[in-house]
Design a protein around this ligand. Structure first.
Ligand SMILES: Cc1ncc(COP(=O)(O)O)c(C=O)c1O
Length: 305
């Protein structure tokens, strides 16, 4: 990755250190925006179309109007990855409601959203951390917003709910915050989906109560055995043979203790390990292959400005 990476801001490529957005942007003022987090591994972008689709589904729910079409947003994501020579990293497209005046009443007058695409070098957990040792989780008091409030399917830039969960997790000295739904059943983590394995059956909470994670859906497809979207109680989770989390940045990571209860043998179980291997194979083989050279002229034209 180049030293001062280039960020896409409303049609321009701008060095990160000088990239700005208006203080009247409604994403900044009200958390009124949607976003995606996309991973690049060895020059391949995993599930690019699925991420762009989810971005547009979130925007449609919020009645936010992206300034570009899905095909154009996809092309700009690839451009940002290529121009920054980002071979292993992360890219975040964000579409906000757009620039106001200030005030909630101004929301309906805003015709078009703002788009920024930010690249980042990514740090991943080591296999020692994610498998051998595993992560310590705590069940936090903050509940996941139910579909009756902000639907968890919307990947909104307002992460207030998840940040409260993270604060409680850090207070408890844990690595991961598990959030229950308002129905008292397991929902998901602050930034990850959750799976349990019991007697060889893989279970994860139903999609209407959690963010429908793209890694989650991939794992459901990759499991050769019985995989179900299912209600999971606290007891089901405490008593599971294996518990693991999934997310684009995390891939798969074992939870080896929850609130002082050891899960399984206290290290990642065989199904968790096997699914991580399968996911990595899919990431290595299926991702969209970026052609970096195609965008070198772009980089040169930004440098000469
Ligand atoms: C609340 C929440 N749940 C789950 C996930 C995992 O989703 P994905 O696998 O698409 O990264 C994320 C990450 O974006 C998240 O923020």
């Amino acid at each position: 990755m180049v030293v001062d990476p280039l960020v896409y801001v409303q049609g321009d490529l701008v060095p990160l250190n000088t990239a700005t957005i208006s203080v009247l942007d409604h994403g900044f003022l009200y958390g009124d925006g949607v976003f995606e987090g996309i991973s690049i591994d060895a020059g391949r972008i995993f599930k690019l179309d699925e991420h762009v689709d989810r971005l547009f589904r979130s925007a449609a729910h919020m009645r936010i109007v992206p300034p570009l079409s899905p095909v154009e947003v996809r092309a700009q994501i690839v451009r940002v990855v290529a121009v920054n020579h980002l071979h292993d990293g992360y890219v975040r497209p964000i579409v906000t409601r757009g620039t106001g005046p200030m005030g909630l009443g101004a929301t309906r007058g805003i015709r078009e959203g703002n788009l920024v695409i930010v690249p980042q070098v990514r740090s991943r957990l080591t296999d020692e951390e994610r498998l051998d040792k595993g992560l310590r989780a705590t069940v936090v008091g903050v509940r996941r917003t139910p579909p009756e409030c902000v639907d968890p399917q919307v990947k909104s830039t307002s992460y207030a709910n998840q940040i409260l969960a993270k604060l409680a997790q850090w207070d408890a000295g844990a690595d991961v915050a598990i959030m229950m739904g308002t129905d008292g059943l397991v929902a998901e983590c602050a930034g990850e989906n959750l799976f349990i394995v019991a007697q060889g059956v893989l279970r994860t909470p139903p999609r209407h109560r959690v963010l429908e994670g793209i890694t989650r859906n991939t794992i459901l497809e990759l499991y050769a055995g019985d995989a179900r979207e299912d209600q999971i109680s606290l007891h089901d989770m405490y008593a599971a043979d294996e518990v693991f989390i999934t997310a684009t940045l995390v891939e798969v990571a074992a939870i080896t203790s929850i609130d002082g209860r050891t899960i399984g043998s206290g290290t990642a179980g065989p199904i968790t390990r096997q699914l991580l291997v399968r996911l990595r194979t899919a990431i290595a083989e299926e991702g969209y292959q970026v052609r970096y050279e195609t965008h070198d002229s772009d980089l040169a034209s930004v440098a000469s400005r």
